[in-house]
Design a protein around this ligand. Structure first.
Ligand code: TRP
Length: 460
């Protein structure tokens, strides 16, 4: 700001509008952060990678790496006030380096579209499961029957395709309405609603689940079950769950009012996201154990194992329905953030209206999403590298592209940007600024590089 004023320019504003308050921004970033990652992915990853040991590494990654990276993204976004590609180009030049930093922005935007292409498919499952839970098919069903529901549903490309189409349609609808009338309105209703639903389910699980067993599974570390690949998965999950490394938080930061504290907003969002992931585990695992089921089921944990548990319990129809509505809301507010960077880019780049841009980006993602739709049925026998098309998309985006994007964004904020510019955004060069800079310059980059190289086997 000072610099801009000194240069005689008006403070920058965003073409897309601004959040109406600090709370709106917090809800928007929390809404993007809390999603399938917290409620579907985190429990199954923890289940597969030794429970407590995974949770511990995940928490370390969230606070030591996630916090400085999130602050970096917001401060870059607010300073540039454009879409991530244009912001990186603008600041790259303004900070005396190079416009070529725009390629980091471009990679980020593309990563978001890839994630959304499979995210929307799983989000579609949640919509279908709201309807299935309400219909009562799980009541008293045997394990084989519940699995048959899951398999016959995911085995039908038409059913999965319709659910994916429906989910993309509602996402496009909200994004098309713009920052204040679309995104902000949606998160103001859905984020509080999902917190409420989560608390209702927690009460249910405490009463009717094996709470102690679930608790123990999540918090007593068994390091023997955690490989370096598991550590990489924990770091990938930290980026994924906080929506980092792909420009979403940067894009949302562009609409943030000038006076808002970046440090405290980041802290609130990270605490909320972590709390919801832990609560999700504390809802799911006790129910799984109470019914003698297996926690390391993988992606089917929430769709195959959990409905079986609900089907055995009193009030199961009601609580299963609540659970899947919660999941659908969480996915919806996240999908908004996955789309926003590309839509903002298209609006700024081509002077199309936001509605046109949302339909175009959404249509592209929708068609790419059919790769994932088919990877559970027609193409489920097709294996390459890591498994199905979905497995590959998930591994490459979460474990490679997000950490790489986060690393480059943080290096930009902490090494390329002038000290004055970042200090200016973080409210002066005090102790908070110094801690951020230390974490962002040394700790986060070294940790990301180390975990990454170790997991791919470069470091013995
Ligand atoms: N954080 C989301 C979740 O946990 C997923 C996600 C990853 C995301 N990157 C994002 C959401 C970017 C919005 C924007 O489910």
């Amino acid at each position: 700001m000072q610099q801009q004023e000194a240069a005689g320019q008006a403070p920058r504003t965003s073409l897309h509008g601004h959040w109406s308050s600090r709370l709106a921004f917090i809800l928007a970033v929390t809404g993007s952060a809390v999603g399938l990652g917290n409620i579907w992915k985190f429990p199954y990853l923890a289940g597969q990678n030794g429970g407590g040991a995974f949770v511990l590494v995940y928490l370390l990654c969230v606070f030591v790496i996630g916090m400085p990276v999130m602050m970096s993204e917001i401060l870059i976004g607010r300073r540039g006030r454009r879409n991530p590609v244009a912001t990186m180009a603008l600041l790259g030049e303004e900070e005396g380096h190079s416009r070529r930093w725009q390629w980091v922005g471009a990679m980020a935007v593309v990563t978001g579209l890839f994630i959304l292409s499979y995210y929307s498919v799983v989000a579609g499952w949640t919509l279908a499961y709201v309807q299935k839970s309400m219909s009562g098919v799980f009541v008293g069903a045997s394990p084989a029957q519940v699995s048959a529901v899951f398999e016959s549903f995911t085995g039908s490309w038409a059913q999965v395709g319709i659910a994916h189409t429906l989910f993309m349609a509602v996402t496009i609808f909200v994004v098309a309405r713009g920052v204040e009338r679309g995104l902000e309105q949606a998160v103001k209703f859905m984020v509080p609603a999902l917190i409420l639903l989560m608390l209702i389910l927690l009460g249910y699980s405490i009463n009717s689940g094996s709470f102690g067993l679930g608790f123990k599974f999540m918090f007593s570390p068994n390091f023997a079950a955690l490989s370096w690949d598991g550590v990489l998965a924990a770091m990938g999950q930290a980026f994924f769950t906080l929506s980092l490394g792909m420009g979403a938080v940067m894009a949302y930061g562009a609409y943030l009012p000038e006076e808002t504290s970046i440090t405290s907003t980041s802290a609130v969002v990270i605490l909320a996201d972590t709390a919801i992931a832990i609560l999700a585990g504390l809802v799911i695992f006790p129910l799984v154990f109470a019914n003698g089921l297996n926690p390391s089921e993988g992606p089917g944990l929430v769709f195959d194992t959990l409905p079986l548990a609900f089907g055995q319990m009193r009030g199961g129809v009601f609580f299963a329905t609540i659970f899947f509505v919660l999941l659908a809301f969480a996915a919806w507010t996240s999908a908004l953030g996955l789309m926003e960077p590309a839509v903002a880019w298209l609006v700024e780049h081509s002077h199309r209206t936001r509605a046109q841009a949302a339909v175009m980006v959404g249509g592209l993602v929708w068609s790419v999403g059919f790769g994932t739709v088919l990877s559970f049925n027609a193409l489920s026998g097709f294996r390459l590298l890591r498994g199905t098309i979905y497995d590959n998309l998930d591994y490459i985006t979460s474990n490679v592209m997000l950490p790489l994007g986060g690393l480059l964004i943080t290096i930009f904020a902490a090494w390329v940007m002038c000290r004055n510019s970042s200090a200016d955004e973080l409210g002066g060069a005090g102790a908070i600024f110094k801690s951020w800079r230390f974490l962002a310059r040394y700790v986060a980059p070294v940790a990301i590089a180390f975990i990454f190289l170790r997991a791919v086997g470069v470091l013995g």
